[in-house]
Write a protein that binds this ligand. Sequence first.
Ligand code: HEC
Length: 207
Amino acid sequence: MRQGFKFAAVVAALSLIPLMALAQQIQLVHTITGMPLDLSLSPEEGRDTPAVKEFMKTGHNPYNGVESCMHEAEEVFLTACSGCHGHIGEGKLGPGLNDDYWTYPKNQTDKGLFETIYGGARSMMGPQASARTMDEILLVIAWVRHLYKGDVEGAVWLTDEQKANFVPFDPEHHKPEAEELVCEIPAQTAAVGADSAEKKTETPSEN
Ligand code: HEC
């Protein structure tokens, strides 16, 4: 009897392993307190776009460097961030976001930057958790990365290939792609997070 029970328990435990692997997600924590972030505060739309799914698995922001998304990315920044951080992230009430100095060094990683934006930091840097969708936060991260004008060596978020092609942001020649372009992450990147075959593309947003 006992033996049988043990066996059943072991089988049950083993059968959970693949399930756990499937649900493997990065753990997001608050920048100041280190407490886990409550992702249920996030607006439901924009929680499971291909970009968010990939980010939650890898901690990498697939919107970084995707030209067709830059227009939308800039829109989010101008709506939600530039009032305090300056229209090209040069710093105002809040610190500059376009150089290689970070108050919180973890903001060099996409995961760290997401945590700071979602959960907030000190004083005026309030949480964006419920104000922005997770997808918009990834877009705005891509824009903050795009604004970067520091040393390429400090740009740890870039792949080696992206580093080789890195051009510092130049406000004089800055022209985000036209609105008509549909913001899509490259297929091979999207595939990493795509477990539902029917959801291939993202619905283009209204604005
Ligand atoms: C109401 C003003 C305000 C708004 C709006 C705001 N911030 Fe901030 N932000 C601040 C202040 C002030 C700080 C400094 C807080 C600290 O040091 O803890 C800050 C800090 C930061 C940092 C940390 C920088 C570092 O050096 O480590 C990041 C990243 C950041 N903000 C990104 C954003 C983004 C992206 C948005 C838009 C989604 C945004 N902020 C909106 C005021 C603001």
